[in-house]
Design a protein around this ligand. Sequence first.
Ligand SMILES: Cc1ncc(COP(=O)(O)O)c(C=O)c1O
Length: 406
Amino acid sequence: MTTGDFPSAFPGANWMDEAEQNAVLDVMKNRAPFRFYGPNEPKYALALEATARKFYGRKFALAVNSGTGALQSAMIALGIGPGDEVIVPAFFWVASVGTIVHANAIPVLCEINESFTLDPTDLERKITSRTRLIIAIHMCGAPCDMEAIMAVADARGVDVMEDCAQCNGGSFKGKKVGTFGRVGMFSLQLNKNATSGEGGLLITDDEKLYWKMNAAHDLGVPWRGAEPDSQPADYLWGTGRRMSELCAAVANVQVEKLPTIVEHMRASNRRLQEAVKDSPGVTLRKLNDPAGDTGPFLVVMLKDADAALTAADKMKAAGLTDLWRMADYGLHCYFNVPQLVNKTPLSPAGNPWSLPQNAESVCDYNKGACPQTDDLLDRSVVISVPSKLTGEQEQFMIDKIRGALS
Ligand SMILES: Cc1ncc(COP(=O)(O)O)c(C=O)c1O
């Protein structure tokens, strides 16, 4: 047996059933695949937004085509541009950094701590007079320390966007992720806790920001019902990132299922943690709030890079499939992103790094720029925890992980 025979590590997809199928069929029968108008009245994107407002507990929700689309729409609405610095953790997904570059702003890397999310102490150090936004990314299923991050951000008057792509349904101290910062974003891509294959969500309590994001996500003009707005003062440049009714129909069901999906994954993850935590030379990732972890990943820290490489190799040899030594975890690690390390310009003009407005910003993205993060990524292993494991499958994982760590 290998974990390749298990339910896949695509959490939401494992829970798809007749509910999603019926919703898609309904869109097709109704011949209403476009969210704003059609031969018959579309309803699912509106329903998804209503579900999201209720589920997360924020006043406004906007469905978009992807997590990247959500990030970009928010960045435009927040007015991020040349001369601005945006702080991101050095352990991320490339999309979060890419949208900063697309805004012609400068990504500033912040160390992570043993939670594998933003280190609030380094965050404080990284804020300058040019810092306009902090992107708090709830990485690998678990929440950032939002109390500490908001305290730093509020004291310095800097906005926070929460990137909840990897932690949908998670919380920090009883409050859902996505509800701490000025805006929260989610991805509904296949790897995520709830999925419609593609899709994204933005949530906020700020009405003005909501309308700007609405404008930015599509035409540059906000949609009010089936008509674009007619107030030229609000116009900006849009990005054509509407969600289709087909995705919305699936996503609406999946968001309703999130508590069940997360509960199942978190419970498996806890049993795995319990079983491997006393393995020699192993420390588990620090969870800022264990009750708010959504559970799709188990992260173990070892004494050094050699130990992590050996453990990862042994786990693979034993039949575990979805795991990585974290420094080899592709475009999640700043030093593995060639376009960042090389400061690949957006256009032949060299922007954003060549812009005079950005001249004062420090931007070294080579390995070594964030030594605390480098050390953590070098000596840790991340293991996927599928969302629908049986007891027998969990035991298989436990035996193989313990075997590799002994
Ligand atoms: C942390 C993080 N942010 C943003 C994204 C982008 O989402 P999408 O793939 O839906 O564009 C992802 C998705 O992989 C992610 O993991």
